[in-house]
Design a protein around this ligand. Structure first.
Ligand code: PLP
Length: 445
């Protein structure tokens, strides 16, 4: 099997629609660094890192070596009914590296969804309180309980649990409290404290507030810098645990190893996934000991915390730390932001450019005055960029934000190359050179 037609036919026949979120017909053959090659031998510059997963770049030698070395020793050992060094070394590293000078423990899973679900299960037991607060636009996962904690438009067909109270997120470009509001972060905190807490959600019954530092799937929304500190202060005043979901923004992506570090905020619970395993399924909850020690066997998956995943996690962290990838994300991310901002000057479609480090979003609008979301145009730009050799996805509550989350090893020359392609793709869409028909099979979000 090698042709794209054969692969597409098999894919259509065998792979469930429930696991599709496709933007173009990509069939990957191999990948290296920031580049991906398809089955036809075409190469692409990857501005996705496969949904912010491959932070070290594809085929990193240290990562390959660590996996092969672990395979030589053993391909499996149970952590739930035994002990092994890879899990202990990774847990030790995570406890030391994450913010917070208090007794911590680690729970391991496979993906962001199971990690957030576990937090949502254990927090009420740890506190004796029933409710959780999360933010509209959040994407915390695709298991039933993590979907219940989320509030993304793409999941609105799903009715979550009534114990999760969802409140607006400070979205500076479209402040939910009105365009005339000067301080969207303060308005959000005030609404939560003075309205929600006084009406439907008594704070003494709230176990935790879960938040993304940058709401990525919600549209790469960067809240005002005062937001996270104010939220942490609110949590402290009411004795509520602060949970930061750093599944997508963590592991160096925003220019700090963990995103709350930008704001000097120390979460009680930090949730990690995606890039932690660099492509090997692995997630972790690093939290105050009392949150994770509430009973034996309350969140066990047979192969969670397996030696291969943990060896992958440790090698990933070492590569990120020792090869200056966090610093590169900060430096090249700033350059990327500046280059993307120049597109805003030339293309009326570009309404806003925002982001932190190598997590940047370009929000497309039909009209800058009305800010009407340009959803179909976002799908067309992603498709056209693919045709021109650049991989990117779109996200957002209105499906209109081009998301850029490349591997953290991206160079400035690669920024120039990718932005030039994006420039061309935007021009082609604005000139009507991309038809509705070509994007019809790709529903996206
Ligand atoms: C912030 C955040 N949390 C959790 C998840 C869920 O992670 P996973 O898809 O690995 O289960 C995602 C996935 O996009 C995410 O962006």
């Amino acid at each position: 099997m090698s042709s794209l037609e054969e692969i597409s036919a098999l894919d259509a026949r065998l792979i469930s629609d429930a696991m599709r979120l496709r933007f173009y017909p990509l069939a990957v053959e191999r990948a290296n660094g920031c580049r991906v090659w398809d089955v036809q031998g075409r190469s692409y510059l990857d501005f996705t890192a496969g949904w912010a997963v491959v932070n070290t770049g594809y085929g990193h030698p240290r990562f390959k070596e660590a996996l092969l070395d672990q395979l030589e020793r053993s391909n499996f050992a149970s952590l739930i009914s035994g002990m092994h060094t890879p899990a202990l070394r990774l847990a030790e590293k995570l406890v030391a590296l994450t913010p917070g000078d208090f007794p911590k423990k680690v729970w391991f899973g496979f993906c962001g969804s199971d990690a957030n679900e576990t937090v949502g299960r254990l927090l009420p037991i740890a506190t004796g309180k029933r409710r959780l607060v999360s933010f509209i636009g959040a994407y915390h996962g695709a298991t039933t309980a993590s979907m219940a904690m989320s509030a993304h438009a793409a999941q609105s067909h799903f009715i979550g649990g009534g114990h999760v109270v969802k409140v607006p997120y400070p979205y500076p470009y479209r402040c939910p409290f009105g365009d005339e509001v000067q301080d969207c972060a303060r308005a959000t905190i005030r609404f939560l404290e003075e309205y929600i807490f006084r009406t439907i959600c008594p704070p003494d019954d709230v176990a935790g507030i879960i938040v993304e530092t940058v709401q990525s799937d919600g549209g790469d929304i960067v809240p005002p810098p005062t937001f996270l500190p104010m939220l942490a202060d609110l949590c402290q005043r009411y004795g509520i645990y602060l949970v930061v979901d750093d599944v997508k923004a963590g592991m160096g992506r925003t220019g700090r190893m963990f995103s709350p570090e930008h704001f000097g905020v120390i979460p009680d619970v930090l949730v990690l996934g995606k890039a932690l395993g660099n492509g090997v399924p692995l997630s972790a909850v690093v939290a105050r000991k009392e949150v994770l020690d509430v009973g034996v066997g309350l969140a066990i998956f047979t192969t969670a915390g397996n030696p291969l995943s943990c060896a992958a996690g440790l090698a990933t962290i070492e590569a990120i730390e020792q090869e200056g990838m966090v610093e590169n994300a900060a430096r090249v991310g700033a350059y990327l932001h500046q280059r993307l901002s120049t597109l805003q000057e030339r293309h009326p479609l570009v309404g806003d450019v925002r982001g932190m480090g190598l997590m940047q979003g370009v929000e497309l609008v039909k009209d800058r005055q009305t800010k009407t979301p340009a959803s179909k145009e976002a799908a067309k730009v992603a498709y056209r960029a693919f045709e021109l050799g650049l991989l990117l996805f779109y996200v957002g509550m209105f499906s209109n934000v081009l998301e850029i989350t490349p591997p953290l090893i991206l160079s400035e020359a690669e920024v120039d190359e990718g932005v030039a392609i994006l420039d061309q793709a935007l021009a082609d869409v604005e000139a009507g050179r991309v038809s509705d028909e070509v994007i019809a099979p790709y529903a996206g979000w």
